[in-house]
Design a binder for this molecule. Sequence first.
Ligand code: LAC
Length: 223
Amino acid sequence: MPSTLAFDVYGTLVDTTGVAVQLTRHLGDRTAVFVALWRDKQLEYSFRRGLMRNYCSFAVCTRQALDYCCDALGHTLSESDKQALMAAYARLPAFPEVREALERFVGSGHRLFAFSNGAEADVRLVLEAAGIADRFEGVVSVDPIRSFKPDPAVYAHFLRAAAAPAAETWLISGNPFDVIGARSAGLRAAWIKRRPDAVFDPWELTPTLEAPDLAALAAHFCR
Ligand code: LAC
């Protein structure tokens, strides 16, 4: 039965650790620590702004998190270095299996959407740079709601924007907080467990499905 599939973008379709290539020049063997803190802070800022009802775009969360990491880890980067890093964030690479897997989902009649904290124009640029924009029927951003995942309002916004019933809609995400948010809002959700040692939050809400990557998930959805 064809479903409506809401693909999370950062950490699910594109690899946020792709910025490491750019950062290694500046940070050497401390790159991995910086990249992980940058991602954690970016998400923390989005959660806090959602709770505070003090919305700024996800790009602002990303940039402020970058500034935080430089201060916290004692790295001085020039404004042009920071702008180059932000530009790299707009050109993150797709995970290797993504393109082919998306093709399989489309070929099986599923409706595919990108559903992200990122503003629509930013998400479109990332998908185009990764060469996967043409796979999606649409891009749904949290931006019109002026809040972030996992606010239930943004999952409700997705269902309205895609004109899809919750019972036939799946969130597909590599981010456990996103999967839990979607489950809490009444959607089904698949967790893409990209690292064997990744831990899912031990809450009462669990993924409907789990797969190591999108190719494995496509094998389940496209029999
Ligand atoms: C997104 C973040 C959660 O794309 O990765 O929505």
